[in-house]
Design a protein around this ligand. Sequence first.
Ligand code: BGP
Length: 483
Amino acid sequence: MVFPKNFLWGGATAANQCEGGYLEGKKGLTIQDMITGGSLHSPRLFRGTIDKTVFYPSHEAVDFYHRYREDIALFAEAGFRCYRMSISWARIFPTGEENEPNEEGLAFYDQVFDECRRYGIEPMVTLNHFDIPWNLAKKYGGFQDRRVIDLFVRYAECVMKHFRGKVRYWLTFNEINFGLLNMGAYKSLGYLEKEDAEKQEFVPKDALHKNLPAQLQAMHHQFIASAMTVHLAHEIDPANQVGCMISHITQYPLTCEPKDMLETQRKDRILNKFSGDVMVLGEYPSYMKRWFAEHGISIRQEPEDAAVLKKGCVDFYAFSYYMTNCATVRTDAAQVEGNLMGGAKNPYLQTSEWGWQIDPDGLRYTLNELWDRYHIPLMIVENGLGAEDKIAADGKVHDSYRISYLQKHIRAVGEAIADGAAVMGYTVWSALDLVSSGTGEMKKRYGLIYVDRHDDGSGDFRRIPKDSFYWYKSCIKNNGDWE
Ligand code: BGP
């Protein structure tokens, strides 16, 4: 196969979905600690105070906090060359505002990275994967407030200095483009209106475009924080490589009617290209001007902002890829679910049990488009299948459907590399079963490793490598081929 020798094969997780230990080691609360479980048809609820009678999935998650040694040993057994994970900001700065970092938090991640290095696994660290400290959401409305930029950069600087030499690959904000969307504004920006923060309970998805100008302002602050972090990362250690992280929801026109083509372009620009362009090219794209004007958006910028963005362009483009959707101007088109956002149904594609359209060819198409546009290394940092896996009578998990999903997508990556795209790595979502970000469920399982944990809080956290684990091991061993 065409995969480069040093290709970063591995798996991914996020602190809020796997660690648990939500108050251990002097960790502070995060916005994830305040949301309940849900399902495809019942949304997760935000609760402004912790109610002991309610189940919050992130509180124990899958107990990585206590089991990281066992988990990393399994990752090593699968042959991972890379482990994409995140640091929980609130483990290092519990309220986000302390002057000094929490030593226990730093010590925890020291152990995690040392364990990775012991097996020759390269950590790739997301600085903020949907878990801004709760205090910053409540007090400042998250990134709406410019002061949060400095708080983030202080955190980023602290961990990049502390883990210098142990971590070389960094991602600033997970799926930064989700700040534009309903639940994404809460999770990504920590966007909370005062009146909502004080409510006993509300559905964060109701924030949808409630205050688009404020969301865009908050995203601007994230872009600045990210650019400052990239710049600092290079100063701290020239070996550091920093990527953006975009949820790439590739759009196809539902029909070849020119109006559908224009709608596709419009959606693709707002959803996918906007964030990528700012972070890779270091400036706001001209096509957003009209959209801003139409939505009454005028971003407050400081005189130095333009230069900061230009100085902080990312080194590589990382993205998650789960599906493609169709765009159309028709109002009667059948709809499908998706990652925070659905779209028009593509009659040629099958969907997962949670209604996400499965499209391996779309991954090849996307990689080629991104390479043509940016000409910087690309990395798929999330791709995988959420399914309701069961333990079979023989005590194993036979997830042939996941193997088939991964095979097709990895072949598509190989094709894109053969087409000429520079792809540096691929990390499966997820390395092990963890709490679903969208629905809060455990039963929506993505892992190569099964975790005995269920939606009612039962289970003993036992780990069982699935069939996909052994298949992926052979794929990595043969650098993108398998026996
Ligand atoms: C992405 C997130 C992940 C992850 C994944 C699957 O949006 O970065 O955290 O969870 O999607 O989504 P879900 O868990 O909602 O199925």
